[in-house]
Design a protein around this ligand. Structure first.
Ligand SMILES: [Zn+2]
Length: 318
């Protein structure tokens, strides 16, 4: 039966009807801006609109950018979307749609999407890392989504990588993986390099406007040594983080997604190299570090699958 996946982000709400095999039948988008009441009515409208004329719906899962208190289906902390905090989404949206609602952290939902339909669909153990403005992630072990005691587990971006002198992270701590290997970290390093070396390709861009992450990827793909070295440095920090995940979870696959993963092997190659240097054998030889395959739709796909596999527990081999 079909299910609805909803991915609520800092700027938009995406809702989709998804089949059991991961095919999107209908999709809609609404802005997530404005006061709480508008946000809730937009989520409900998106669900009602996308489900219209589709027939019976198995369930709905709403993926949100924050910590979800599993026992209450409530978001307790959402740094990029404060209006969704403390709302009992299950009840509020359930009443407005008449459907059974579950709530999940957005990175966990995206990880579940990759596990069911993307880079992890052939395996039972997946670590998914997304490199965007921040670093999100999710862990599936033995076919089960790792949530932790309260539902706040799987925060892969906030492990400390550089305890002394690391840059400050959005979470307030210093030296988190997110502060060193996210898209934001690429931009920060690129701007530093551009001002140190004004004659470089990045330095010449900086004369007219702010250097962006895409500029670094483009210059590196054109063979610019300085841009390549920025991505190499970022990839190396990522590899330090991945080594920890590989040691702890012994995954079949580490999938790297998010906007910054467009740099592909320019980041993955140094990440793999550093992971191999630091992780233990045999996990490090066994694991495949690769690009995630679903792109931004992993959120709605994973949420829809979670609406069905409500416990986030997938029967292995099915
Ligand atoms: Zn942090």
């Amino acid at each position: 039966m079909n299910a609805i996946g909803v991915d609520v982000g800092g700027t938009k709400i995406a809702a989709a009807v998804v089949t059991e095999s991961g095919k999107i039948l209908a999709e809609t988008r609404y802005p997530s801006s404005g006061p709480q009441e508008r946000l809730l009515s937009s989520i409900a409208r998106a669900i009602n609109e996308v489900g219209e004329g589709i027939g019976e719906i198995d369930g709905v899962c709403i993926a949100v950018p924050g910590f979800v208190l599993a026992a209450e289906n409530k978001v307790v902390f959402a740094p990029n979307l404060h209006t969704i905090e403390d709302v009992r989404l299950k009840d509020e949206i359930g009443e407005r749609t008449g459907l059974n609602i579950t709530v999940e952290n957005d990175a966990n939902a995206a990880a579940w999407g990759e596990f069911r339909f993307g880079s992890g669909s052939e395996v039972d153990h997946l670590v998914f890392v997304t490199l965007g403005t921040g670093i999100g992630g999710g862990v599936i072990s033995h076919g089960i989504l790792l949530r932790g005691a309260q539902g706040a587990g799987g925060e892969l971006g906030h492990i400390t990588i550089q305890a002394q002198g690391g840059p400050q992270c959005g979470c307030g701590n210093y030296g988190c993986l997110e502060a060193l290997a996210s898209g934001t970290a690429i931009t920060r390093r690129a701007r530093e390099v551009a001002s140190e070396q004004p004659g470089s390709a990045l330095g010449r861009i900086a004369v007219n406007r702010n250097v962006l992450g895409e500029d670094v990827t483009e210059a590196a793909q054109n063979g610019d040594e300085i841009a390549i070295s920025v991505l190499d440095e970022i990839g190396t920090w990522l590899g330090v983080g991945l080594a920890g995940f590989v040691n702890v979870f012994n995954p079949d696959v580490v999938a790297v997604g998010g906007g910054a993963s467009k740099a592909g092997e320019l980041i993955l190659e140094p990440a793999r190299r550093e992971m191999c240097r630091r992780a233990q054998s045999p996990s490090r030889e066994f694991v495949e570090v690769q690009e995630a395959t679903l792109g931004p739709e992993s959120g709605v796909l994973g949420a829809a699958a979670l609406a069905r596999d409500e416990s986030g527990e997938y029967v292995l081999g099915s």
